[in-house]
Design a protein around this ligand. Structure first.
Ligand SMILES: [Zn+2]
Length: 387
């Protein structure tokens, strides 16, 4: 079997659940945050550093690795585990999202997506079968099906059309798998139209995918619309398979996602923000920018309550200096801090679930959170089983 999910404990007051995912590269405790390693590297960090901050699984990016260095090279170098020196699990996306956001001259047909590489302009043909072939070459433990993501402004008929194509492509992906040790996850689309989400779950869940992902969120819709869609979608997804929310989000979104029944998350936000000086502090509840002049002579760590190696050894003033001086070490140290905040939040969430106090943890965390986007949500005990 490619993957096994075991639910160990449910919250009872919310949809949150504690579990384990077993892949060919070991066990992952869920809920989990997965750092993004786009080019077969979590930017600026070694695999040893990523492991040390508590990450259990990382992401690789099919589109980026297919256009550079190319799948033949990835294969020749032994796949992403060997390249990066990472011996735990790897999840790869299908490349579909980057084709839409980066590639030029893309054309979607029933066969797949034709596009020009943003690196050298070469013409590539991403079919469902090729998406799986690339992911197998990367050595991924969890492969994502190629999906058709409609634009957020697409009319309903277009969303429905993209949804049916996503189902047909998902079946082709499942059939294209040659290595039974690699898991295949299907992606649920349907925009923010709740009945379409239900329909797509029912369509996809008839088939033997190893897990399911919620796609098409955090792509421009409002935060309340995202939470409402999640609240509707996640609890309907099969309880005996992992549930993955793709590309989301801020620490608060992870907590809200867990409360709605999500097990796996990824996002470039902690590393991308870090490289610009945007840091999460107070367990992810507040943000600060290390570039601020107020920190110039500040000898305190970024966050006195943080246990990361950056906060143990470096002052705000020094980190600010490194960033302004454009020193590589700034990117490394700030990425370590932000990733640790995300990973530690998930550790705290799992601990709370284990001890049967997730709802109290949620309330306490939210009580210290001021949402700059003013998107406070309803009490999660309102949307338990019966909702
Ligand atoms: Zn820190």
């Amino acid at each position: 079997m490619a993957l096994k999910y075991t639910c160990e404990k449910e919250c009872g007051e919310t949809h949150a659940r504690l579990g384990r995912v077993q892949t060919a590269h070991g066990e992952i405790e869920t809920p989990v945050f997965m750092p993004v390693g786009t080019q077969a590297v979590v930017k600026a960090l070694t695999a040893t550093e990523v492991r040390a901050l508590g990450a259990q699984i990382i992401l690789g990016n099919t589109y980026h690795l297919a256009v550079r260095p190319g799948i033949e090279t990835v294969r020749a170098l032994g796949g992403m585990h060997a390249m990066y020196g990472w011996n735990q699990s790897i999840l790869t996306d299908s490349g579909g999202f980057q084709v839409l956001s980066l590639a030029q001259l893309r054309k979607i047909t029933e066969e797949g997506v034709k596009f020009r590489s943003h690196v050298d302009g070469s013409l590539l043909d991403l079919t469902p079968e090729y998406a799986i072939e690339i992911q197998e070459g990367i050595g991924s433990d969890i492969m994502m099906c190629l999906d058709h993501l409609p634009s957020t402004t697409a009319p309903r008929a277009e969303v429905e059309d993209a949804m049916s194509r996503t189902t047909r492509w998902a079946m082709r992906c499942l059939n294209a798998r040659t290595d039974p040790k690699k898991a295949v996850f299907a992606i649920i689309q349907g925009g923010t139209e709740l009945d379409l989400r239900t329909r797509h779950i029912n369509e996809l869940c008839q088939h033997d995918f190893d897990g399911f992902a919620v796609g098409g969120l955090s792509v421009g819709e409002s935060i309340p619309a995202m939470y409402d869609t999640l609240e509707h979608t996640a609890p309907q997804m099969p309880a005996d398979k992992p549930r993955y929310l793709m590309g989301v989000g801020r620490p608060v979104d992870l907590l809200e996602g867990v409360a709605r029944g999500i097990d796996m998350f990824d996002c470039v936000m902690p590393t991308r923000n870090a490289r610009k000086g945007g840091l999460f502090v107070d367990r992810g509840r507040r943000k600060m920018n290390i570039r601020n002049a107020a920190f110039k002579h500040d000898r305190r760590p970024i966050d006195e309550t943080c246990d990361c190696t950056t906060c143990q050894g470096y002052s705000r003033g020094y980190l600010r200096h490194l960033l302004y001086a454009n020193e590589i070490l700034a990117h490394r140290l700030l990425s370590i801090h932000n990733l640790r905040v995300y990973v530690r939040l998930m550790e705290e969430i799992r601990q709370a679930l284990r001890e049967g106090r997730f709802k109290a943890f949620y309330d306490e965390w939210k009580s210290g959170f001021t949402d700059p986007k003013n998107t406070q949500t309803r009490d999660p005990s309102r949307w338990t089983k019966s909702s």
